[in-house]
Design a protein around this ligand. Sequence first.
Ligand code: FAD
Length: 417
Amino acid sequence: MTTSYGTNEANRQDTIVANGATKIAALKVLIVGAGIGGLTAVIALRKEGHDVQVFEQSAFAREAGAAIHLAPNANGVLRRLGIFAESFGANSMDRLTEFTSSGEKQRSIDLREPNKQWQHPWHLAHRIDLHNNLKLAATDPHGKGSVQIHTSSKVTNVDPMSASVTLENGARFQGDLVIGADGVHSVARKSIPESNFKPFGSGKSAFRFLVPRKLAQEDPTTQQFLQNDGELLIWYANDRRIVMYPTSNNTVLNFVCVHPEAETEEQSGENWNQTGDLDLLLKVYSTFDSAVLKLLGKAEPGSIKVWKLLDMDVIPSWTNERLALLGDSAHPFLPHQGQGAGVAIEDAAALAVVLPMGTKPEEVVERLKLYQDIRVDRANKIQAHSRLAGGDSDSHFKIDMYGFTNYHFGHDEYDNA
Ligand code: FAD
C-alpha cells in the first residue's frame, strides 16, 4: 500500500488565496532516522513551513548515556532554532589541559577569552538532554509546517526517483524528497549506487562511561582533577588517550578512552551500546598515572560501553535525484574532534537554507545538488582533520585537536552566507 503523501506534479495543490495570488504549497519531506541530524532537519524544515514525516526504526531513538561537544558552529545553528544548551544543564567549555600518560602537565589553555571572540558559546551537553530537547522542538504544536514521527518504523528501501520509502512491514510513503539521516550504516546510502560504501574499522575502539563528579570530589587522590569548572582534561600515550570533561551542571564527568581495537576485540562491537567491563578498562590503561586509574575505577561497571570507531572513504555523491544524505550517513567522522553531531546539525540547517518555503517540487533535484556543493568541502576537511587528531603520535600536544585556532569551529559561516 502506498500512502501518497507527496505532491508529485500531477496532484500538487497550490492554493489560490483571496487576492488571486497563488500560495505555494509546502514541500512534503520524508526523513529516515530521528537521531540528532534527523531531528534538527525536522526543526529547520518546519521553520520554513514544510510538512515533514520521520521514520525511526527504534521505539524512539535512545541516546547513549554520554556527553557531547556542542562547539560554536553547532551551537550557533541550535540557538537560531531556539535550542539553548545551558537551559538543559550543559557546561561551558572554559579550559583545556593536556597531560602525558604519567600525569605530567604539558599545557593548559584558558578558553574563556577565545570563547568571548567566538560568536556562540562552546558547550558540553548530555546527549540524552540534547536529544530530548530536539524532540520537543521538532514536535512543537505551535510551530509552522507539520510533523509526524513514525516510531518502530524501519525503512528497508528508498526510491530516489519517486521520493518514496518502504518500511519493513511493506508500507510505502511518498513525498517530494527524502533525507537519509540514518547514521553510519545508512540504508538510504544504498540508493546512491556510486556511494554505496561500507564503513570499516579505523583500528581504534573507545570506552565510554560517566562518573558522578561527587565521587571524584570526595577522594583526596582525584580531587586534583576538578580544579576548574568547565575543564576538559586529556592524558595522552602514543597510541591511546583518556578524555574527561564535565556536563549536567558540573555533576557528571564524561569519559572517552580511545585505544587500539585489538585490545578490546572480544568485547567491542559496532553497536554503541556494547557493554565493556571495568577490569578490561583498567588493563588497557594500566600504564597511566595511578591517580587517573583511580578516576577510571569510579565508573559504574554496568555503565561502561565499548565500541569500534568506524571510518569510511569519502563518498562521491550525497544525492541522487530526490534523495539527499546528511550527518553520519554521508560522512561518518571519527570522534576525535567531537564534530560528528555538530556537522550533522550544520547539514540540517543547510538543507533548510536551500529549500526555503516556495521551493517547487520540480526544483528539488537541483536544490539538493546545491546543498551537496555547499557542504561537501567542509565535511571532507573536518573528516581529514579528525583522522589526523586521532592518529598515533608522541607529539599530540602540537595538534590543534579541537580546532581552536584553525579554520572550523569558532566562527559561524552561516553569518557570512
Ligand atoms: P545517528 O545519531 O546515528 O542517528 C541515526 C538515526 O537513524 C538513529 O536514531 C537510528 O535508529 C535511525 N535509523 C538507522 N537506520 C534506520 C532505518 N533503516 N530506518 C529508520 N531509522 C533508522 N559528535 C559531536 O558532535 N560531538 C561529540 O562530542 C561526539 N562524541 C562522540 C564520541 C564517540 C565515541 C562517537 C562514536 C561519536 C561521537 N560523536 C560526537 C559523533 C556523533 O554522535 C554522531 O556523528 C552523530 O550522532 C550523528 O548523527 P546522525 O543523526 O547523523 O546519526
